[in-house]
Design a protein around this ligand. Sequence first.
Ligand SMILES: Nc1ncnc2c1ncn2[C@@H]1O[C@H](COP(=O)(O)OP(=O)(O)OP(=O)(O)O)[C@@H](O)[C@H]1O
Ligand SMILES: [Mg+2]
Length: 261
Amino acid sequence: MINPAVEIHDLTVAYREKPVLWDIDVVIPEGSLCAIVGPNGAGKTTLLSSILGTIKPASGWLKIFDQPVEESEELIGFVPQRESVDWDFPVEVLDVVMMGTYRRLGWFRRPGKAQHDWAMECLEAVGMADLHRRQIGELSGGQQQRVFIARALAQDARLFLMDEPFAGVDAATEDAIRHVLEDLKRQGRTVILVHHDLQTIEQFFDHVLLLNLRLIASGPTMETFTRKNLLRTYGGRLTLLDEAAEAVRRIRTGGGGGGGS
Ligand SMILES: Nc1ncnc2c1ncn2[C@@H]1O[C@H](COP(=O)(O)OP(=O)(O)OP(=O)(O)O)[C@@H](O)[C@H]1O
Ligand SMILES: [Mg+2]
């Protein structure tokens, strides 16, 4: 039996009395590449925050590698949803990544050559070493995303949480992020990330967690990422996949279906 990286029991989270996660029970095995999938407002970011320990549950509990959330901060590397970061903060790329090493170093010691080299190695891993002297605010969105992934790598964590790292990035950045994920997987790390592109789920992830206030399903991608579960997740509305399937069906059957002029 594989050890659980994350174990969530009867978790309910509410903002001002209004529940946004309801009675979630889930186990994510160590070594998984897990995608959290669900519509806007489904509670995906809230679930990551609960795992991180930055939101207190209304009820239930979570364990990270068999430890209570309050004691697991050092085990987790986090890449926030991009809109939630203040990019005007005047700081160089390398310094952002060095911040990732502080926790291990202890706040009162100055980072030395080892930390510097390690931060550069992490920037190298996302193809950003050349831009290490740039101000973070002077990078493109995709480059900023890579820097934040490098910062999480610098934490050398056992569990990585990433909130929509693929949102709005180009093919080169997408490839860079995928390589990082594959490396982490090879090293036996666990990655849980929020992902909106349903077309790439089966290709990228071995575990999916379908969420919409409640847990719809969680398990190995092959068994869990089904049309039936997707329809339940998206409230029975047509998903992009369904729309694509519908369009193909119409072409095949020569059916009109769409309003001509
Ligand atoms: N700080 C907050 N105070 C009050 N309500 C909040 C807060 N943060 C989130 N919510 C509400 O909780 C619900 C879940 O939000 P959450 O950010 O977890 O969704 P999400 O699945 O990450 O959505 P998205 O795909 O848009 O990022 C939403 O209805 C949102 O409006
Ligand atoms: Mg979100």
